[in-house]
Design a protein around this ligand. Structure first.
Ligand SMILES: [Zn+2]
Length: 143
């Protein structure tokens, strides 16, 4: 048998299905877990994904385009602070989206196990958040 989808440590003993997001839409997805505890964790996370997947996409979408108003302001005022803020807004919003909703691909989930995949994704979010502040700091210290 394969390994537990949640902890990626123990052998999977329980097979079950959850109606959840599977990349392009919601469908019944098969999971294999080692224990009731891991099964419960997977079910709760799937519920969280179902509830928040649209919010996640909206935040990523807003983040991807949030530099546009700052580029316009930069063109009007020729102040580099707006360029820095544009980068901060884009990276910061994407970072926040990933921290709040640490959703990774099904491939990553099965490779690392759901529990670890969530942690790694959140760490990437925090790294983005820290990086997002750098342009403004550079502007403030005059680099
Ligand atoms: Zn497990």
């Amino acid at each position: 048998m394969s390994k537990c989808i949640n902890c990626n440590k123990n052998e999977a003993k329980i097979k079950f299905q959850v109606f959840t997001w599977s990349g392009i839409g919601k469908s019944n997805v098969n999971f294999e877990c080692c224990s009731e505890e891991c099964k419960k964790e997977v079910e709760e996370f799937c519920e969280y994904v179902n509830k928040n997947v649209m919010k996640f996409f909206i935040l990523i979408f807003l983040g991807s385009f949030s530099f546009i108003p700052f580029i316009i302001l930069y063109n009007i005022y020729k102040n580099e602070l707006f360029g820095a803020l544009g980068l901060t807004a884009t990276l910061g919003l994407i970072g926040v989206a990933i921290i709040l909703f640490p959703f990774s691909t099904p491939e990553t989930n099965s490779k690392l196990g759901l529990r670890k995949a969530k942690k790694v994704t959140r760490i990437i979010g925090y790294v983005l958040l820290v990086i997002s502040i750098i342009p403004v700091i550079f502007y403030l210290i005059g680099l």
